[in-house]
Design a protein around this ligand. Sequence first.
Ligand code: CAA
Length: 262
Amino acid sequence: STSIEPLVIATRSQTGKVAIMTLNRPKALNALSSPLFTQLNAALESADNDESVRAIVITGGDKVFAAGADIKEMKDITFSEAYKNNFLGTWSKISTIRKPIVGAVAGYALGGGCELALMTDILLCTPTATFSQPEITLGIIPGGGGTQRLVSLIGKHRAMDMVLTSRKVPGKLAGEWGLVSRVVEEGESVVAEAVKVAETVAGYGAIAVQAGKEAVNAALDLPLDQGLRFERRLFQTLFATADQKEGMAAFGEKRKPTWGDK
Ligand code: CAA
């Protein structure tokens, strides 16, 4: 057939406020090939620049979120090629997105799939999802941020356990460890729940939401004194917004605020 299936399907929630991105390479278990990442990055960038989008959901299939980087694509590349072409460098694009990203994981989130999930801002999974970094079984290590992000999320010892033994972490345990934000009930749709969470965020003023995301992310990069100063300064700047005046006036008048994103 000559029709080309998109590797990432972009849709909207019923309200139109949430852009939903569904990884769509089912025959390869959503292996994250370069073309797939190019499409995901383009969809993310377009959503970030579209005023009608207030939050983003990234999900995969019912049985597989993503089974990792594409092993067939990378098996023959040389060090020189990987280094020259900054292999996996494009994966960092997600961390430049200003709008909140909610991840919805059902089934396997392996290797790069686990790392992609870790790059989201709020992460939901099913109790039977499987998080794992099996790179060690392939003679490599995680290259999409896993070693760094896991340590800050679950601590050194659990991160080492995942990275060095390829241990499979079920969704329920991932919830107990704080690898995810929420574990949905068995039988509940993780995408539907993720959209609900995204709609909640989408209902708040976009400037405060952007600032909240920026401040939390700063904690991962900055020493505490600088992080606290960054947070306080950002907090202070919000008093220059109409949304702060509106939010606090509405509280006093016992009514719902109307955000103008200004
Ligand atoms: N890359 C490329 N193709 C993949 C893939 C991957 N990561 N994972 C699965 N596939 C392909 C399989 O090769 C197979 O293709 P064919 O039908 O052409 O043979 C198809 O998807 C279905 O897979 P299986 O037949 O293996 O399905 P299964 O149900 O028996 O097993 C699985 C499922 C346990 C997830 C198994 O596919 C698996 O172990 N996959 C690899 C997981 C992995 O090692 N991921 C880490 C990749 S490295 C990485 O991600 C580096 C990084 O840090 C960025």
